[in-house]
Write a protein that binds this ligand. Structure first.
Ligand code: URA
Length: 437
């Protein structure tokens, strides 16, 4: 069927729903390049203001999912479980959760993304391990999951090309923040990636797309419904992103913290969240009777260090130097460091995750545009978290990087992230809600 793009833009602009045939035609034209960017951008803006109803969102997800290759994981035995985070600051959970779940027998065949803006991406983090290859041929990828139970690769250019095109346009036309567009973008990629079950970590707070709990629940509900509609067991955890997760922000720094966590000496929040998420994955993967039993198994994989052994095998299978788990000097090292100390005494009331993410990006740990090269050694290590007591002059954080001028500017940005209180402050609730269990 053929449609007129201008008519479809007007239809959406006037608040009328698009039919599945119309959405399929738009996605086909997006991938083939027959619809110009200016018309796609106008449609995205119309969607941004008018929204997508459930049927439109399901139809858009399905059309994007099938816009390119579909990963076939049927050659791998067992229930494959994928995990996705909507993106945050200091979020290295994949690097802990994947080895823990895999050590408990859940096959992990994961595609991850790069960071953009102030949020980090797993692919960039993995590249800080000397020798690590993030690009594997499809046969290598499947063979590795069969052999050692785990592989993590970069998003293939052939999977969901429609999302690639539309996300790039959304990124420069002010149309990212829309429930239907975010849900269909994330879920079309996850569904095309071939796993049988999906665990979503929906971040909530100033350092995330969803700044409040109501919006996070709306997005999580929508994604869980899309997953079930497509026949995949899908669970969403809404988790705190009002302050950075863990203490390390930056690529090599976050891999080191993930390894520390697998040793059982990581920060409390990253440990708790990783065990929770891995527990749900172990349950969905059929290796535990209940999510609680799954958590118990994940906790045992941590204390027995089988998760750490799995991490080492995974690093080596992808060409990386597995000795990094003993020797952090093998990671890229920053030439300079700068401290930020408290100018008053009190309790830490707030550490704005977005502000810390922006400071870390400024040091070189993140990209402002896709073409930027990142400094894998750069980032921030927090010495305090919300609720901690601080005395005047005490260390709040350390900035690391290769450019002294950037460190000084980063220090000013990071300073603005902190708020103090004279009264004791409660730590924010880490896991706010679980949907779909
Ligand atoms: N992550 C995605 O993959 N897509 C979005 O739209 C937002 C976050």
């Amino acid at each position: 069927m053929n449609f007129n793009m201008n008519d479809l833009i007007i239809k959406k602009r006037d608040g009328k729903p698009l039919s599945t045939e119309e959405i399929n035609w738009i996605i086909d034209g997006t991938v083939k390049g027959t619809i110009p960017d200016y018309q796609l951008s106008a449609l995205l803006m119309a969607i941004f203001f008018r929204g997508l109803d459930r049927d439109e969102t399901y139809a858009l997800t399905a059309a994007m999912r099938y816009s390119g290759d579909i990963v076939d994981l049927s050659a791998i035995r067992g229930i494959k479980v994928d995990k996705h985070s909507t993106g945050g600051v200091g979020d290295k959970t994949t690097l802990v959760v994947a080895p823990l779940a895999s050590a408990c027998g859940v096959p992990i065949a994961k595609m991850s993304g790069r960071g953009l803006g102030f949020t980090g991406g797993t692919v960039d983090k993995m590249e800080s391990i000397p020798g690590f290859r993030i690009e594997l041929e499809p046969e290598e990828f499947l063979a590795q999951v069969r052999d050692i139970g785990m592989a993590v690769i970069g998003q293939s250019a052939h999977i969901d090309p429609a999302d690639k095109k539309l996300y790039a346009l959304r990124d420069v036309t002010g149309t990212v923040d829309n429930f239907g567009l975010i849900a269909s973008s994330i879920m079309s990629k996850k569904l095309a990636a071939g796993s049988d079950a999906i665990v979503l970590d929906v971040k909530c707070g100033e350092g995330a797309f969803m700044e409040n709990i109501e919006d996070a629940v709306t997005l999580a509900d929508l994604m869980v419904d899309i997953g079930y509609d497509a026949g995949r067991r899908t669970v969403a955890c809404i988790t705190d992103m009002s302050q950075p997760l863990g203490k390390a922000v930056g690529n090599a720094l976050e891999v080191m913290e993930a390894i520390d966590t697998l040793y059982g000496r990581g920060p409390e929040d990253i440990t708790e969240l990783s065990v929770k998420l891995a527990g749900i994955m172990i349950y969905l993967g059929g290796k535990a009777e209940t999510p609680e039993d799954g958590q118990k198994l994940a906790g045992e994989a941590l204390t027995s260090r089988t998760g750490l052994t799995q991490m080492r095998m995974f690093i080596e299978a992808q060409g990386g130097n597995g000795d990094v788990i003993y020797d952090y000097s093998l990671f890229p090292q920053p030439a300079h460091s700068l401290e930020l100390r408290a100018s008053c005494s009190g309790y830490v009331a707030k550490i704005n995750a977005r502000q810390i993410g922006l400071a870390s990006q400024h040091l070189g740990a993140g990209r402002a545009s896709k073409e930027d090269k990142i400094d894998l050694s750069a980032g921030i290590v927090l010495n305090k978290k919300v609720g901690d007591r601080v005395e005047e002059g005490e260390l709040l954080l350390t900035l690391l990087g290769n450019d002294q001028t950037k460190l000084e500017a980063g220090q000013r940005l990071a300073e603005r992230a902190f708020r103090f209180s004279d009264e004791p402050v409660e730590r924010p609730e880490l896991i706010k809600e679980i949907i779909g269990l």
